[in-house]
Design a protein around this ligand. Sequence first.
Ligand code: ATM
Length: 325
Amino acid sequence: MRGLLITFEGTEATGKGVQVQRLIPWLQERGYTVCSLREPGGTPTGEELRHVLKHQPNCEGMDPVTELLIMNASRAELVRKIIRPSLEHGEIVLCDRFYDSTCAYQGYGRGLDLSLVQQVVDAAVGETKPDLTFLLRIPVEVSEERRRRRNATRPFTFDRFEAAEREFFLRVQEGYDEIAAREPERFRVIDGTRTPEEVQAQIRQHLVALMDGGPPQAFKETVLAGVPITIEPLDGSILERCCMCRRPTPCWTQDQLLALCPQCAAVARPIDLPTPEQWHTRERVAMEGEQPLMSSETSGGCPKRCGSAQTSNADDQARLATTAR
Ligand code: ATM
């Protein structure tokens, strides 16, 4: 079962970090395991690279191509060492910046060729793409004012990015707007001038819609929809118990990672599904003595979890690909 990768983007001082921190306990209370990361950084190698990129005064004149490559060296490490394993364990990965930052800062901000930027990003991330991206948007004047106030309360630390001129940040902002407009399905643009509480409420609303309003697209396509379900042997050999309602079922999701009866497959949410460890210790049942849950035999729907969401036989038939082994 794959988790979710949720990224947070925006120019400086939009409050991304605060929003991520507030989100973590809320997700944990809902039963999710959360992995919170930042870019550049997030691994020992990445944190070293972050220091070079941001705070090393003698790197001030770094060439934009060098910057592009180091950003993505940090990213390649993070994706392979942390993000992919966490997603494979079904975790929710929250990442403060990801590859849209590269497109906005190195592409639009520094003026590098966008196709070069894309090629380098592709090499770093491969197929690992965010499921949802929040773009926190504030005018450049608000960003400047927030940075002024923030810097007044802490000791001076050299920051190569913050030293850039206003025009740079205007180009970055414009870049973000264009990137978000190109992928409206993935992006949720939020007014970052609202109070942190209001911003957090909006973020949670979007996440509720993603997680409770039905399985997110990634799950629909890979694990969940149960389409096409394969009917397991009808010759009396071993069946699995449905991983949600526990009744014997001959029905499997296509990749055979989960046993789900047709009713549960129709309503299952990622949070309901077993972890890989639970899957390996799963229970198998012999067909003799216990009737499998066949779609045509169920009248009351799933007894435990999903009685209200019973599907019709016609629906089931449409969902079942009858590939008997
Ligand atoms: P923060 O963690 O404070 O956002 O700093 C990271 C900086 O790195 C940020 N700078 N500003 N302003 C944006 C920059 N950055 C890039 O230029 N490209 C990238 O791909 C990433 C991840 C960050």
